[in-house]
Structure formats: C-alpha cells, structure tokens
Design a protein around this ligand. Structure first.
Ligand code: HEC
Length: 207
C-alpha cells in the first residue's frame, strides 16, 4: 500500500509519513537528536539553503570525520545528486544533501528492479536551520551496499547514523544496531528501487 502511494505521490507522501521518523527507544531530547524533528525549520530558497550549507559544510565534514569511518571519507568530493539542500521530513525536518560514491554510478538512473553494486555508499549529510536563522550541523545518514549475503535481513544494506560531533549513533552491522534498525523498515517502501528513495524531483540535478 505505502509502496504504491510512494510511487504515485513521490516524496510528498513520504513527508506526510514523517510521524514514522521518531522511534521508540531514543533518549536524547536536545536538538542534537537526529530522530526528533525540529519544530520550526526555516523555509529557505535554494539560494539561501546553498549559502547556509556553504558556510557549514567544512565544519560538518570535520565533525563526521571524527567518526573515522572509511566509508564516508571525503564524501563531499563525491557526485552530488541534488541542486540545493532540501528539507527531509523523514530525517528530522533537516536540510539534507544526497551524495553517492563512484561505485554507486547507477544511483541516479536506477530503474525498477535494478540494484546498486556492492561497495556503493550513499551519504546524506544534514543541517538544521530554524526560522530564527539558527544553524547547526545535523546527523549524517549512510547506506552501504555490502557483498551479497552479508546481511540478508536488510537486503545487504548497512545503515549508519553519525552525530554531528562524529559520535556514532548506530550501525546495523555493529554498534547499537537495534537503534538504527528502523532505517531499513522505512526504506523497504522502495524495495523495487533497491531500497533507495532518491531525491525529490524538484531538487534533482539534470542528468
Ligand atoms: C520514515 C522513513 C525513513 C526512515 C525511518 C529513514 N529514511 Fe532514509 N530516506 C527516506 C526518504 C523518503 C529518503 C529520500 C528523501 C530524502 O532524502 O529525505 C531517504 C533517503 C536516504 C538516503 C539517501 C539514499 C536514498 O535515495 O534513499 C540515505 C543514505 C538514508 N535515507 C539513510 C537513512 C538512515 C541511515 C536511516 C536511519 C538512521 C534512515 N535513512 C531512516 C525515508 C526514511
């Protein structure tokens, strides 16, 4: 059902599903908590979103780098698939970007039934911008395609969430795996696109 809706309505429906995003079991209540949607996100033009990102991206990169995760090393040099940061209701009302490493060369053109090769990494960084103009780096959301058979219950996708200071929130293949099990549950809605939602149409870069 959800799957059919998602396909028909695209991301608009995913936005109305944002109630899914907060999960039981998390305990943090500050705006550092990437699960809790911020209440008053600013409504930014693409130009303004780009400006905020430009001023924060260095700090964001340094923060995530503290996690020392090889899979996202230098992710800001990877192909970027959106023309400006866009609000992701499903990732806490934060402004996000969708990067994919070069192994994931078919991420942008994936047809129904096709899959991304093992070694593909999708990295989504995020920032908070409130309507008062306060900005902070947000969490980093990562999907890594593992070799076939490594994680059958997640169709060989590994999900990782890294906090802005580089601390690990959870990794389905290791630290606090249950805390990030909900990632795949939602991404299952787009199983036919190898569990990737891709970028909202109005933010896609021309191929
Ligand atoms: C309630 C649904 C939902 C949950 C839960 C969710 N996501 Fe997503 N995810 C989406 C949607 C919708 C998109 C595409 C739009 C966007 O970027 O927000 C997406 C996009 C992504 C992308 C870019 C790749 C792509 O095209 O799908 C990554 C990476 C990602 N999510 C990682 C995660 C991780 C890691 C978690 C758990 C910490 C998570 N997601 C939890 C719905 C969800």
């Amino acid at each position: 059902m959800i799957r059919r809706h998602l396909r028909a309505a695209g991301i608009a429906l995913a936005v109305t599903l944002s109630g899914f995003a907060p999960v039981a079991g998390h305990t943090q209540t500050t705006d550092q908590d990437a699960h809790l949607a911020i209440e008053n996100p600013a409504d930014l033009t693409k130009d303004d979103a780009l400006k905020y990102y430009k001023s924060l991206s260095g700090r964001m990169a340094r923060g995530y780098a503290a996690a020392q995760l090889d899979v996202i090393r230098n992710y800001q040099n990877w192909p970027l698939f959106n023309d400006a940061p866009y609000i992701s209701a499903t990732h806490g009302q934060r402004y996000v970007n969708s990067y994919a490493n070069r192994v994931a060369s078919n991420y942008g053109t994936l047809q129904e039934g096709e899959v991304l090769p093992a070694g593909s990494v999708l990295a989504k960084d995020s920032m908070t911008v409130t309507d008062e103009g306060n900005t902070h780096p947000g969490a980093m959301f990562v999907m890594e395609k593992l070799p076939a058979g490594t994680s059958p219950e997640t169709a060989d996708w590994r999900y990782i969430m890294v906090m802005p200071d580089g601390s690990l929130f959870g990794d389905t293949m290791g630290f606090r795996a249950p805390a990030v099990a909900y990632c795949h549950v939602c991404h299952e809605a787009v199983a036919e696109r190898d569990y990737t939602f891709y970028v909202p149409e109005e933010y896609r870069l021309a191929e």
